[in-house]
Design a protein around this ligand. Structure first.
Ligand code: ADE
Length: 266
């Protein structure tokens, strides 16, 4: 998949893309990311990309003409119509479903907005306006990175272990079960008496794969029920999970290994 990212801060996007899983995916050619500096599409000596709003008011608005020229340039290179995403707090919410849908595209333009606004006429060229959450950022660069990251990991050859993508909680509409690695036991502070909550649950050390699978299902369901019950309505549950959920809901079994972990709710 090819991404064209149009931004006034190309360095910010390039730097972040250079590291980690995304950086390796780019090096291997699993994704192609082209970062376009909006200032390269200005025609004045000072390479101005924004201007004061008509009608007055604070802040600056991204000018339409450099954006139109940038989009025309990318379209001319590709030679066919393109999907153009505008990042903005006014957009529809970016979710895992939206990521899955967009990851089927072969090419995507992401236009990084500014929090003060983008000239309304730009929306004529925009296929979809997307928000990454109900909060306001200073610009669309971080949202663009979030979107590329979420899409990239759904593409073949980006994440080493494809199973980890198909197994991830959101692919089935549940939160993840708790994960542990070695050591099986840790001393919280030296000399402190035994802390059972710092021990890896016995079932994970048992080697009993059927038990481990059931325990993970129960923990994922209990965690979702406690933290994000809204997800359960559309989660893809198998018969066993439906039964476990029923038992958790009427208190017949306990879940939540991590009862001590704060959910962020009061
Ligand atoms: N630009 C500023 N805030 C944003 C948000 N929450 N999502 C997408 N783009 C933005």
């Amino acid at each position: 998949m090819t991404f064209d990212i149009v931004t006034i801060f190309p360095g910010m996007v390039q730097q972040a893309m250079g590291a980690g899983v995304l950086g390796r995916a780019i090096d291997r050619g699993a994704i192609d990311v082209r970062v376009r500096d909006l200032r390269d599409f200005t025609t004045d000596r000072h390479r101005v990309v924004d201007d004061v709003p008509y009608g007055g008011g604070p802040g600056m608005v991204l000018k339409p003409d450099p954006i139109f020229r940038a989009l025309d340039g990318i379209e001319a290179e590709r030679g066919r119509p393109m999907t153009v995403l505008l990042t903005s707090p006014q957009g529809t919410m970016f979710t895992q479903d939206v990521a899955r849908r967009l990851a089927r595209l072969e090419h995507l333009v992401i236009l990084c907005g500014r929090y003060e606004g983008v000239d309304q006429r730009v929306r004529e060229r925009v296929t979809e306006e997307v928000s990454i959450g109900d909060y306001v950022l200073t610009g669309g660069e971080l949202p663009a990175l979030v979107i590329v990251d979420a899409l990239a990991r759904l593409l073949p050859g980006v994440v080493g272990d494809e199973q980890s993508v198909t197994d991830d909680s959101f692919s089935r509409g549940l939160l993840d079960f708790p994960q542990y690695t070695r050591p099986a036991e840790i001393a919280f502070r030296s000399g402190e008496q035994e802390r059972p909550d710092l021990k890896v649950p016995d079932v994970l050390l048992s080697g009993n794969h059927a038990e481990i699978r059931r325990w993970r299902k129960r923990e994922a369901l209990a965690r979702t029920l406690a933290r994000r019950p809204d997800l359960l309505a559309s989660a893809a549950l198998d018969d066993e999970e439906r039964r476990i959920l029923g038992e958790l809901q009427d208190g017949r079994i306990a879940g939540l290994q991590e009862g001590k972990v704060k959910s962020g709710k009061p």
